[in-house]
Design a protein around this ligand. Sequence first.
Ligand code: ATP
Ligand code: MG
Length: 253
Amino acid sequence: MGRVISIASQKGGVGKTTTAINLGACLAQESRRVLLVDIDPQGNATSGMGVNGNDQRLGTYEVLIGHAEAKESILPTGLASMDILPTGQRLSGAEVELVGMMARETKLRSCLAKVRDDYDFVLIDSPPSLGLLTVNSLTASDSVIIPLQCEYLALEGLTQLITAIRLVQDHLNPSLRIEGVLLTMYDARLSLSRQVAEEARKFFSDRVYKTIIPRNVRLSEAPSFGKPIVLYDPHSSGAESYRELAREVLGHE
Ligand code: ATP
Ligand code: MG
């Protein structure tokens, strides 16, 4: 049965989508079958894989509100063993529409139950909030990867996320684990970067991945070409670091 991993943080711009796309692509290149689920109404994971979510008739929105099955909404990507459940802007309505529904927190889990056997990994790119979409994501997952941006005091605000994870563990998904904390946008020249890395290791000890994702402009260019970094610039430091992360994640299998 496929491992379901949320990439989550209520902080914006910390590297969730970049990690979901590129860890997914690197796992696919390691011959794992990967499903990328875009549950962020911004649809950055969708567009970053070269799909226009607004043009798709079916996607995460239709699946969550029960108008479509996950299986019929999933699309192939430029990588042979990677698929995507895309999203368009209409997903922003789901947060409100779900409120009135039965079992609103477990919608995504039930929808994915029917397809997770087809994959080794299901990676869910979550929005920068702790609302119902992120709760659905955490409830559907075996574990969560928390990206930490090494450019400002990143540990602040993490308490909220940890509290949300505890609440989900207590009420909805007791087996949810923290898969790992990932240091992103690291710049070795900045003492702040080194300081954030040090604090993260103090706080989360060995749950912080050994792999550190450096700041690399190629990583920020790739989404406008609709490609993961391993297809856009396979020799960049960004590609190398996400390949290393994939190997580290596989080591934890
Ligand atoms: P949001 O909370 O809005 O969903 P996010 O947490 O998904 O944001 P990303 O979209 O992955 O964050 O990254 C934010 C911006 O930083 C993007 O423009 C992305 O291309 C860029 N970026 C991410 N990681 C790196 C990196 N390691 N080096 C350089 N740029 C990066
Ligand atoms: Mg994002």
